[in-house]
Design a protein around this ligand. Structure first.
Ligand code: AVJ
Length: 372
């Protein structure tokens, strides 16, 4: 597995902490949540009764996995009973996490193509271990994880999959290369059919779980444009997004998903301070901060903050960070989208939305968007 060295990761944590905590207002980027403990707490959140997002998206995968793959492979074609894939394909995923929902799609994919390459990318090495373990339960699945922050780090998407090749032919292993691979990349590969008998595979890139909601509209566009630059004609994006409150979806329902009765989201939010204590030897007292979740109607987003209960000063790496009473650290935005906002975002990022799958209450959307 490709692993960021602990030194460079710690540097990124330090850099983010100092930049965010010396800014006005104070902020910390949401990727800091996902150390080993935070990734576990997020998994716990996805099981909460209030947190409808994961369960709704999983139901969409359960109901529509075959439709999603058919629409990816033959956009606009009528559904036929005996569908056969016209091309080989591979599935990649930004921010894969533990990939429990993706398993439903991968399962369906191996019914169309017996051997398939899955390329999960995540900032959390521990989460990727769970993604890797899908190979143990899905025969024919081959997992190539990459530890990378898909916003700030380079990442690669391979246009090869795991097809049966003649005995002795090099497996896809020799062609799926990661960014840390020191071997030269200028060797011609696809031009020589004897050295590369594998047909080019189409990429279905997943960006699900409403992770896109963590970013401002401009950042979201930058992430999707960069993903688009890795894709080629015939590839597609499947974007999962939580939808804005509506007649069928009260604001209170959305808010309680970020302020659950058991306090798991509060623990998740506070863990970012615990992480700074662990990684940077900071000295935050967790009982001097409290979790806050609020709905920002103007920006159509849930905001999470950590509010200082008292005036206090905390030391991090030789820096003094002072808090007024009630001052907050803004730790997360979770944008909620209208269908129009999603179409607009995808279009200006270079994608053409082809079909959207909604749950019955229109709480959540899975949108398939092609590269033309
Ligand atoms: C992983 C970004 C989709 O915004 O709902 C859950 C993270 N934060 N509870 C979300 C989160 C608080 C989650 N995303």
């Amino acid at each position: 597995m490709t692993t960021a060295t602990p030194v460079s990761l710690n540097e990124a944590v330090l850099n983010e902490a100092i930049t965010g905590l010396t800014a006005t207002p104070k902020t910390l980027a949401p990727w800091l949540f996902y150390d080993e403990r935070g990734s576990q707490l997020f998994e716990d959140i996805t099981d909460l009764p209030e947190y409808y997002l994961t369960r709704t998206e999983r139901a969409l995968f359960r109901t529509h996995a075959d439709d999603i793959l058919r629409e990816f492979l033959t956009p606009g074609a009528p559904s036929t009973q005996a569908f056969r894939s016209p091309d080989t394909f591979t599935i990649a995923e930004l921010g894969a996490g533990s990939a429990s929902k993706t398993g439903l799609l991968l399962q369906a994919a191996t019914r169309l193509q017996p051997e398939i390459l899955y390329q999960p990318i995540d900032v959390s090495a521990s989460a990727l271990e769970a993604a890797e373990s899908l190979a143990a339960t899905i025969p024919g699945l081959h997992v190539h994880p990459q530890v990378a922050n898909y916003v700030t780090d380079p990442y690669t998407l391979s246009h090869t999959t795991w097809v049966a090749t003649r005995p002795g032919a090099p497996g896809p292993d020799s062609r799926t290369r990661d960014s840390q691979d020191p071997r030269p990349t200028d060797t011609p590969r696809s031009s020589d059919p004897t050295s590369d008998p594998t047909p080019r595979a189409r990429v279905l890139a997943l960006y699900i779980g409403s992770s896109i909601g963590n970013f401002s509209p401009d950042e979201a566009q930058a992430i999707l444009r960069r993903l688009r630059s890795h894709l080629q004609p015939g590839d597609a994006l499947l974007l999962g997004a939580d939808l804005a409150p509506s007649a069928h979806k009260p604001i209170a329902t959305v808010l309680s998903a970020y302020d659950d009765a058991a306090g798991v989201t509060a623990a998740f939010n506070l863990n970012v301070l615990a992480r700074l204590n662990r990684d940077l030897d900071a000295a935050f007292s967790l009982d001097r901060f409290v979790h806050r979740a609020r709905w920002n109607a103007n920006e159509s987003r849930i905001e999470m903050h950590l509010e200082s209960l008292i005036p206090q000063t905390v030391h991090i790496a030789g820096q003094r960070i002072s808090f007024a009473q009630f001052e907050t650290i803004h730790t997360e935005n979770s944008h909620k989208f209208t269908d129009e906002a999603l179409t607009h975002l995808l279009t200006r990022s270079g994608f053409t939305p082809t079909r959207t799958f909604h749950d019955p209450t229109r709480s959540f959307a899975l949108t398939l968007a092609h590269t033309l």
